[in-house]
Write a protein that binds this ligand. Structure first.
Ligand SMILES: Cc1ncc(COP(=O)(O)O)c(C=O)c1O
Length: 456
């Protein structure tokens, strides 16, 4: 018998393995009082099938950084649909989008579009192997997701279905631990094709200085372009060892900086991947990078053995690419990225002030990079706790706020911030009691589970 009682969840589970097309949307990763099925989104609000409205911080798994159903972006996409959407030869919009992307991302001479991030990152790995003639992939251990393909899933704790041969080819290094990377490069000398990582996720690249505390505390105000930090060291080591340096900017791209987090941190990867918020919710992602590597997928280089690089029927759909062009225009004209940095900074500072006021600073806090904050829930022993995380999300939902994580968008304004802070205060009241009497007394349903686990 399923523990998921909601009738829509049961219907979903009957026809879709996992009950949704992305595991992180599944019923097991949300508390039982979360909406089970949604009808629509507008701005930063989502509406369930009964019309109940929630302030959202999930933002379509971070694919939306302006707001749902933003008028001008919808209009651009609809105009492309009217023009036929997917034509027999490359479209004018595809050319315009490619020129725009390569003008924004300095390290990228060429780009190929596709529909989701996983295929883009896998294409980068394939290109790296073709370019170097080497097989081993080194990927960052702390960053949770790069692709649904075997080279990555084989290196997680749910590798079922991936061959042992494939699994052996991906090795893990640690973020901000340059020695762990050096060790692997030494161990697999002349066998490493690429290093794959996100520029940052919950913390900035560590500075090459003794005072790491400073970096953590005030990281958002440091000019990383002037500093020698972890990512610059990774770039250098890759160069010295003929390893392709791949930055996965699926989350950081067009959130940290309009020219990519690679501009923010002043590094120049050989290959980059973008997706998520690049088209404010429309399905667009891409692999981009240096000509000498990208051109392996070309049709002009006669003397070279060809690489079959991303070739999909819907890869250059005009609605998505038009949405991408319009999104970039909107980001620039409205200063969206600055807005999101400011909002996140206030949320971190005020959220932590409220936690402190409730005497809970050791048990609940906001942290991370201001344009992409995260919150941490600890139990009475100060251990990371999914029970307390469930409780916090459950209590926020009672105030009609869905905060499974924190993805910020331009339509999160002062009004939403105030509503959120009030709700945090109320939720922490129950949180505090749960610390005293145990969370079970306050939890209304199942405890959420991480996507990457071996068993149900
Ligand atoms: C850093 C990163 N890379 C790649 C992906 C894969 O993107 P997609 O879900 O579009 O396949 C994700 C998705 O969460 C991601 O966060």
């Amino acid at each position: 018998m399923s523990k998921f009682k909601n009738k829509y969840t049961q219907k979903l589970l009957k026809v879709i393995p996992g009950g949704s097309h992305t595991y992180s949307r599944g019923a097991d990763t949300f508390p039982s009082n979360a909406p089970s099925i949604l009808e629509k989104g507008k701005g930063v609000y989502i509406f369930d099938e009964t019309g109940k409205k929630y302030l959202d911080y999930g933002m379509g798994l971070r694919s939306v950084n302006i707001g749902y159903a933003e008028k001008s972006i919808n209009k651009a996409a609809i105009n492309a649909i009217i023009k036929g959407n997917n034509l027999t030869r490359p479209s004018l919009i595809e050319l315009k989008a490619a020129e725009l992307l390569t003008s924004l991302i300095k390290s990228s001479d060429m780009v190929k579009f596709t529909k989701n991030g996983s295929t883009a990152v896998t294409a980068a790995v394939k290109l790296a192997r073709a370019y170097t003639g080497k097989n081993i992939v080194l990927r960052c251990a702390e960053q949770p997701f790069f692709s649904y393909d075997d080279w990555f899933i084989g290196s997680t704790n749910i590798p079922r279905g991936v061959t042992d041969e494939t699994r052996k080819l991906t090795k893990l290094f640690h973020y901000n631990d340059i020695e762990s990377l050096k060790k692997l490069i030494k161990k697999y000398k002349n066998k490493v094709a690429c290093v794959v990582l996100e520029p940052s996720s919950t913390e900035h690249p560590k500075l090459n200085k003794k005072d790491i505390r400073l970096c953590k505390r005030e990281g958002n105000f440091i000019d990383f372009r002037k500093e020698n930090h972890f990512l610059k060291q990774v770039e250098r080591i890759c160069k010295e060892n003929d390893i392709v340096f791949i930055l996965d900017e699926m989350i950081t791209g067009f959130r940290w900086h309009i020219n990519g987090a690679q501009h923010f941190y002043d590094v120049s990867p050989d290959l980059s991947t973008f997706g998520k918020a690049m088209a404010n919710g429309f399905s667009v992602s891409c692999i981009s990078g240096k000509k000498k590597i990208m051109e392996l997928g070309s049709i002009t280089n006669k003397k070279q053995e060809r690489v079959f690089l991303l070739s999909t029927t819907h890869g250059a759909e005009m609605n998505g690419l038009s949405a991408f062009i319009e999104t970039m225009k909107f980001l620039k004209n409205k200063n969206v990225i600055k807005h999101n940095w400011n909002y996140g900074k206030k949320l971190i500072i005020e959220g932590n002030r409220i936690a402190k006021k409730n005497g809970l600073e050791d048990f609940f806090n906001f942290s991370g990079i201001a344009c992409s904050p995260n919150y941490n829930c600890f139990d009475a022993n100060k251990n990371n706790s999914l029970e307390f995380r469930t409780l916090f999300i459950q209590e926020m939902l009672k105030n009609h706020i869905l905060m499974p994580w924190v993805a910020l968008a331009f339509r999160h304004t002062e009004k939403e911030l105030n509503k959120t802070l009030l709700s945090i205060d109320k939720s922490l009241f129950t949180y505090k009691k749960a610390l005293k009497y145990g969370p079970k007394r306050y939890l209304k349903g199942h405890v959420i589970k991480p996507v990457f686990r071996k068993y149900n």
